[in-house]
Structure formats: C-alpha cells, structure tokens
Design a protein around this ligand. Structure first.
Ligand SMILES: [Zn+2]
Length: 437
C-alpha cells in the first residue's frame, strides 16, 4: 500500500515537471534524491542543494532543493556529494590478477576451469558496482571465450548484480602476439586471444566476434616490451595495417568501434594508420602520434595505475622494463592531456586484483596534471561519448539512466574520496546505501 507521503510526493514531482516525456506517462513510483553537492558529469562546477527525481530506470528531473521534501521515497544525501555512476573503460572481469607468486597470467587459464572463471567474473562485476562503477567496457575475456556476453546477459536478466557491460569477447592478435607462450613447441597451448594472420582471417575473426555479441572489437597492436641497448622501450608490433584495416572496416560496418592495445613505436603507428577508435595504454606517444590522434578523433585510455606499482626487482630485465614504462608513460599522458586528446578513464582491473580500489586510477590522473573535475568527466560524460552513450549514461540530467552514486567528502578537494563510495543506484534501483553493509 502506498503511503500518503508517496501520493503527495508524486503529485509534487509531477507538477514540477516542465516537459512531458515517456517516464512521466508511466505510473512507476518516483524516488527523490536530495544532493548536498551535485557533480553532474558535464558541468565545469558543482551545484549545491539539488534534487534528482527518478522514475523507473531514468532520471526525469533535476532541480533546486527547497528542503521541504521528506518521506520514505526521499533519499537524503544532503550531507554528501552526488555524482553520476562511474564508467571504467578498460577492465578484465575474467582476469584474477597476474601475481607471479600465484602463477602469473598463465594460472588464470591453466588452473581455473570455465565455471571457476565465471564465478570470479561474477564477483568482479559486483565489486565494480559496489565501488560506484555502473558501466564497464570490458576489453577481453583472456581465454574465457564468449563468457563476457553471458555475464552481460546474466546481469541484464537480473540473475546477478553488476554494471552495464560493453564487451569485446575474445580480442584479436597474431601468431606470436599473445599468451600463453614459452611452452614446448609440440604443445598446442590455449591462447588468451583469437590469433589471426592475414586480412582474411582478421576480418573473419571480427565477424565471428560481432556475430556472437561483441559490443566493441579489441585488437592487440603490440605485444611484449623490453628496453633495448640504447635504453629505449621497445614493443613488438603484431597486426599489419592491412590486417587492422580489415577489422576496423568490418567493425565500423556493424556500427561498432575498435579498441587497440598499443604501447608505442611501430605497433602504435599501425594502430593509428589502421583507424583505431581508442588507443589503450599508449605508454609512449610522440608529438606526431598525438597530432594524428587529434586529427582522427582517437581516444586515449591511458590505464596509468598498473604501470606504477608491483615493479619487478630493479636489476632484472623485467624490472628495467617496468621502470622504463613508467618513465615514458607520465610525460606521454601529460602531453596528450595538454594537446587536448580525448581521454577516457580506464584501469586494467583484473590485471590489478579485484580486491584493489578501482578509483586508484583517479589519483594518478590528477597527480599527472588532470583537474579533478576533468578526471571525473573522463569516467562519466567523456566515457559515455566514447561508448556512443552520450545522454544515456555518465550524467545527471533528465532522460539519462538513473545511475547515481555518492561520497561523503569532496572529491574535487581530495580525489581519493572516490574510493569511498557510500551510495550506489543503478538503473533506478538502490544497490548500496549508507546504512547498508
Ligand atoms: Zn587490459
């Protein structure tokens, strides 16, 4: 039975609506969120004392808070900072860390069967939602086939809690271009990506992945990295421009985009020449690379955090590589930022264990010169733009999906506040509230 309060609120909310829309016509109950400070994901400045009206899975109105709204359908976040649900544009829900002591990357494929991997992915998506990430672009299953399509379906049918997923399925690289490797040549080892050689195979792989539900295509344009004798970071190129062009042409024909893992050098140049829509990592960007990205409208998803932690010992080739990667990544990010390259927040979670805070990436973005507001926008409205979801997610405005989070402190003063998300609403349903455990 609906309370009188609810009826009054509904009437009140209805009269506040200036334009009729689909949601208003529905008789779904209206939930009201009082926001002490509102960061709407698009504006340059926060706004004080706002009210968000949610009906069904959408926001129907945002307006000033007169302080008069009370009742059981009012969520009082008047002491908190309220933001759009966050978007992580580079995750791996099927990856469970790469700690060498636990068998490294290979253990993910060699020691865990598909059911265990699915169970882990189920935990990963819940962990993301708990931390306020209501959308993920998950950039390959690392040998778990089309499992991401099925986790996406399980979330959409309500079987398990999780964010909205954009998935790439298997990802594509070349022979000699992806793990598992280093085993006896007689062994036919499983691979973490679909390996192709030649434009025909490349196009076929893209077609297969798109047929089976890929929202994006992910391509590895570089593989491995090391420091050469002259002290430069080198990363082995994989696909040729012709191979990549076949994939990009196919994906674009389906109205989909292509994300390219590329560290630098020849492989990154091929990624740009082949028409990639987003460069993943982009550790070493030349001025010419940056100019080409600006010209082509290419996104950069820098994933800074994983390159600044867990380095191998200093006097080892791996340790030197790890330090060199960090050394070149920071100035590349800064130059791309100052040149105006479009930057989307991404973490490489999965490579980073899922018990670590996803929002750690914000710390590096801000430390390397991005304003806190721009860092937030890279994980809200900017990421939505990259995902072709502008006006649907990544903002707090009428018509947008009701993905709403809150933190107690001020993330513009201390970006680390985003590690402590205390309230999460996803598609209009409260997943986590300050009183819940
Ligand atoms: Zn990755």
């Amino acid at each position: 039975m609906r309370s009188l309060n609810f009826v009054l609120l509904s009437l009140c909310a209805a009269t506040l609506l200036s334009t009729p829309n689909r949601a208003q016509e529905s008789d779904a109950p209206i939930t009201i969120i009082r926001a002490g400070t509102l960061i709407d994901g698009t504006s340059a400045k926060p706004i004080k004392n706002q009210v968000i009206f949610v009906q069904g899975d959408r926001i129907i109105k945002v307006s000033g808070d007169t302080g008069t709204l009370t009742g059981k359908d009012v969520i009082d976040l008047s002491h908190a900072t309220v933001l759009p649900g966050l978007i992580d544009s580079h995750t791996h829900i099927f990856l469970w860390g790469e700690d060498p002591a636990k068998g490294g990357y290979d253990a993910n494929i060699l020691n865990a069967g598909i059911a265990q991997r699915a169970a882990r992915a189920t935990v990963a998506v819940r962990r993301a939602l708990e931390q306020g990430f209501t959308t993920l672009r998950d950039v390959e299953t690392e040998g778990a086939g089309y499992g991401d399509v099925e986790i996406r379906a399980a979330i959409e049918e309500g079987t398990i809690p999780g964010p909205r997923l954009f998935v790439v399925t298997r990802a594509i690289s070349t022979t000699g271009g992806y793990n598992l490797e280093g085993y006896a040549p007689e062994l036919d080892m499983p691979k973490g990506a679909q390996l192709v050689d030649g434009p025909v195979e490349a196009r076929k792989a893209a077609r297969e992945q798109l047929e089976h539900g890929a929202d994006w295509i992910k391509v590895y344009m570089t593989h491995r990295s090391w420091v050469d004798r002259a002290g430069h970071l080198v990363s082995q190129p994989t696909l040729t421009v012709d191979e990549l062009r076949a994939i990009v042409d196919e994906a674009h024909g389906w109205g989909k985009k292509v994300a390219c893992h590329a560290y630098g050098g020849i492989g990154l140049q091929r990624a740009l020449d082949g028409g990639c829509d987003s460069i993943e990592h982009g550790l070493e960007l030349t001025d010419a690379n940056i100019a080409q990205m600006l010209r082509q409208g290419t996104w950069l998803c820098p994933t800074l955090a994983p390159y600044y932690q867990n380095w191998a010992p200093e006097n080892t080739p791996a340790g030197q590589r790890d330090r060199k990667r960090a050394e070149v990544h920071e100035p590349s990010f800064k130059r791309a930022l100052h040149a105006g390259v479009k930057i989307a927040f991404g973490t490489d979670m999965g490579g980073i264990p899922w018990d670590q805070p996803i929002a750690h990436e914000f710390d590096y973005m801000v430390k390397f010169g991005m304003s806190p507001m721009d860092a937030i926008r890279s994980a809200t409205s900017r990421a939505a733009e990259m995902l072709d979801m502008k006006g649907e997610i990544g903002a707090l405005a009428p018509g947008v999906y009701a993905d709403v989070i809150a933190v107690r402190g001020d993330p513009l003063a201390n970006i680390a506040e985003l590690r402590n998300v205390s309230f999460v609403m996803h598609n209009g349903a409260v997943f986590k509230s300050e009183t819940s455990k």
